[in-house]
Design a protein around this ligand. Structure first.
Ligand code: MEV
Length: 321
């Protein structure tokens, strides 16, 4: 789609949101029906839809926060997603224009594609005065994620929609799942480091699948070990036991490395974070590059952020609450 030459500025009051996320414990094994814990971060995608009298194809105009076009989402994918959304909502696609504003880095394992789908669904539904429940939004975003990812577990669209920390388990391939709220006695600060290497979750998910198909017993046992870490993590979070949570994250990172979805840059960031006092550090999301997370006692995340920045990595500080 043709992009207009000038950015329209900040999203307006009609903007609708999809939340970015981190996976605290359990990525990849969650695709095989095991538990994972995910939480929203302060970065999100906002979308605003307008109807024009044009009979042209829908336009998705993609803007980053500073108003410059940066890594627009692949046109063929955004069009398939837009067609699916208008088709499922039963609204005309012609003449529809959706402005998308995102401060969420793409291809970094932070759930940008699910947040994009959720924001667009909410914006389009609202433009046509359709009232969708959060569950309906999430289910439709799951279908969009299938276009982008192939075999998503459903955790990304869930957090992108509900915007709160959850324990998630997929129960079938059609999007069936269980979710439970995660409660912590106080907010837990989380440092996010970006490896700067773009990685597509669809690719790492497919690498893990190929390895699992060759040797299901070997990989199922790794997935089961990760599941046990996740369930222990729920208790650690409930008690606000950051040291225990950190230990579980460190072991999870070892198992993600065993699944061969870590990367040299992620390992470097993990080492930097631990040296700077992190009690736990691991990749988050699909891996193969992308992002990592680190936790420390309250007040302990600043030195971690500073050390990662000194080494030239972009960082972001969020809070699990
Ligand atoms: C991506 O955020 C998490 C993965 O487990 C894929 C998925 O759950 O769909 C790698």
């Amino acid at each position: 789609a043709a992009q207009p030459p000038v950015a329209p500025g900040a999203p307006g009051p009609d903007a609708h949101v999809g939340y970015g996320k981190i996976i605290l414990l359990g990525e990849h094994s969650v695709v095989y029906g095991h538990h994972a814990i995910a939480a929203p971060i302060g970065l999100s995608v906002r979308a605003e839809a307008t109807r024009t009298t044009s009979s042209a194809e829908p336009v998705i105009a993609d803007w980053s926060v500073d108003g410059s076009l940066r890594e627009p989402i692949r046109e063929d994918i955004s069009h398939r997603v837009a067609a699916l959304i208008t088709g499922r909502l039963g609204v005309p696609a012609a003449g529809l224009r959706v402005e998308v504003f995102s401060d969420l880095p793409r291809a970094s394992g932070l759930g940008a594609s699910a947040a994009f789908a959720v924001a667009v669904i909410r914006a389009v539904a609202s433009r046509f005065d359709l009232r969708l429940s959060d569950a309906e939004v999430s289910n439709l975003a799951f279908e969009c994620e299938r276009i982008v990812h192939g075999t998503p577990s459903g955790i990304d669209n869930t957090v992108a929609t509900f915007g709160r920390p959850v324990l998630f388990r997929k129960t079938d391939a059609a999007g069936g799942h269980e979710i439970h709220d995660i409660v912590t006695p106080y907010p837990i600060p989380v440092a996010i480091g970006l490896s700067g290497v773009h990685a597509l979750t669809s690719q790492t998910v497919s690498l893990v699948r190929t390895a699992w198909q060759k040797n299901p017993a070997r990989y199922d046992s790794i997935f089961a070990q990760i599941d046990a870490l996740v369930l222990a993590g729920v208790d650690a979070l409930r008690h606000g036991d950051i040291a225990e949570l950190g230990e579980l994250m460190n072991i999870n990172q070892g198992l993600l490395n065993a699944l061969q979805v870590s990367s040299p840059e992620i390992e470097q960031l993990v080492a930097i974070a631990r040296r700077a006092g992190a009690l736990g550090a691991k990749l988050t999301g699909g891996g193969g590059g992308g992002a990592m997370i680190a936790i420390a006692e309250p007040g302990g995340t600043e030195p971690i952020i500073a050390a990662m920045r000194r080494a030239g990595f972009a960082t972001y500080l969020t809070e699990l609450r």
